[in-house]
Write a protein that binds this ligand. Sequence first.
Ligand code: CTP
Ligand code: MG
Length: 409
Amino acid sequence: MTETSAPVVAVIVVAAGSGARLGHSEPKAFVHLQGRTLLEHALHGIFGMAEPAQVIVVVPEDRIGAANAIVRASSASPAARGSVTVVAGGSTRQQSVSRGLAVLGSQIEIVLVHDAARALTPSDLCDRVVTAVRATGDGVIPGLAVVDTIKRVDASAVILGTVDRAELSAVQTPQGFVRAILVAAHDTSVHEATDDAALVAATGHPVRVIEGSPLAFKITTPVDLERAESVLNPAPGNVVLPRIGTGLDVHAFSDSAELWLAGLHWPGERGLSGHSDGDVAVHAVCDALLGAAGLGDIGGIFGTSDARFAGAHGDVFLTETLRLVTEAGFAVSNVSLQIIGNRPRFAPRRAEAEALLGRLIHAPVNIAATTTDTLGFTGRGEGIAATATALLVPAARPAAQHPVLSLDV
Ligand code: CTP
Ligand code: MG
């Protein structure tokens, strides 16, 4: 299959539950784990699948807007974003899956149903489910051997017997099926089930278990969330390396332009020449962020031939830069910016500029301003310069996916 052909695999991510047992005010899929929602973590695993898939995200009705924003921020590419649909769920998991099935693309042949609550599920587990469905035509679900001894008990917790655990499998998601089989199972189901395998098995169709993943555990209670935190945290003695970048920009004053500096409009001040609004401070920050992420520089991303950026202001550049940096797997830790020039007097609007830029890049920004004591081009009042330094940290995900420095401690 090529990147451009329509996917034949779909993944329905059910995220419409309230998470009563987790006990947060947010629905469970929108609870944060190391700076990202559980839904973002789950999508990260799905977007990493070897084969492109149609992704259907099922969320509470009042979260459709929030989910669309998450999808925009997490999709690996515009192509991937194009194949993501967000729909409202129902009052049970099964109803939520049915709502997802209703929007399957006509070309879809294999459907995986996945709980957003299994937020750290690795991409390769999804791949293995697809491969096994394709090879067997059966329903395929991941499962792990049960390690505890399991007892049957009566209503007063008195032991009735021991269950032979060799016969047990603790099953997970994603659960994969040939489309027509899953759709028929949902259409004919007479009672609610907590997973899709139960519905398909009830139609007499075989469902088999493949080896699951310890990382695909379901986040149900606060203790599970703590477990997920500790999975994402690097082990003591291992430090996930941050990344640093620097940026520099200079523009000459121009009598025909208005001044835009650090994202702010400065009425009455001489403007700066440039293809965009000439905001040297924002351009230096973009270069620092792009450099830290290894994404080149502002000229390479926002070409002067691109009409979208002619006259554009800082918010356009910073929003797109943040999107690229996030897509590359980083979060911004902080930015330090220095503006060099005789005018404007920056101090009175420093806090305003720091707040604006901080909002745009989701991180603290400190802005210093200086003159060069009449020396050089800035001292002669020919223009303004800016330098910036940015620190990025890998966005929360299993540490093994990032370069790690092992410290002997
Ligand atoms: N789910 C859903 N629609 C529902 C109920 C559950 O999409 N009406 C989803 C959940 O969002 C979750 C998955 O099904 O990703 C597994 O359900 P569970 O872990 O039980 O989540 P919740 O129902 O949200 O949690 P709780 O039962 O504690 O309220
Ligand atoms: Mg539930």
